[in-house]
Design a protein around this ligand. Structure first.
Ligand SMILES: Cc1cc2nc3c(=O)[nH]c(=O)nc-3n(C[C@H](O)[C@H](O)[C@H](O)COP(=O)(O)O)c2cc1C
Length: 158
């Protein structure tokens, strides 16, 4: 049984492409871990019937006025109504930072705790900085995404 594949689904929303890039880098990190299989999907295209087949679900969003995008909030709410096999969840966001800008990850974690209590957080959410509303991702941030993917995929296997 130890050889069985662990299946991870990475779902993201993106307005300008930055969060998509973060999701892709996370998947790159995951794919370095043997025995872990991934699928990646834009939240608008996610197949809800298939979501129940995964062992872990990772969710990413741009920070919009301190919370996740509406599509991501709706997705989290829908997860709460599914008969999920998954036990594990992790979140990530992109954010502009700065004194008046809140990050979305904490709110996402809170919402998951309220709406999908069966999912346990694997790790504290990853926040990635962008240089402006439309990006680009700040230098030095992308390697963190790959590390994050590799780290939690390894955690899933042990
Ligand atoms: C309507 C709107 C609200 C935003 N609010 C925040 C915010 O509260 N905190 C923050 O750090 N960044 C904020 N930003 C900047 C976004 O985080 C940034 O556009 C996003 O990370 C880019 O990711 P994307 O390319 O995946 O859309 C906001 C951007 C938009 C368009």
């Amino acid at each position: 049984m130890v050889d069985e594949m662990v299946k991870v689904l990475v779902v993201y929303d993106t307005k300008y492409g930055n969060t998509k890039l973060v999701a892709e880098k996370i998947v790159e990190g995951i794919s370095e871990v043997e025995g872990v299989e991934t699928a990646i999907s834009d939240v608008e295209e996610v197949n809800l019937e298939k979501v129940a087949d995964y062992d872990a679900i990772w969710i990413g969003s741009p920070s919009h006025i301190g919370i996740s995008a509406r599509s991501i909030r709706k997705f989290i709410d829908k997860l709460g109504k599914l008969d999920l096999k998954a036990k594990w969840v992790a979140v990530f966001d992109t954010n502009f930072g700065g004194p008046n800008f809140e990050k979305a990850v904490k709110k996402m974690e809170k919402r998951i705790g309220e709406k999908v209590p069966r999912l346990k957080l694997m790790i504290s959410g990853l926040s990635i900085k962008v240089g402006g509303m439309k990006g680009p991702i700040v230098e030095g941030e992308l390697p963190k995404c790959k590390d994050f993917g590799r780290k939690i995929a390894t955690q899933l296997k042990t």
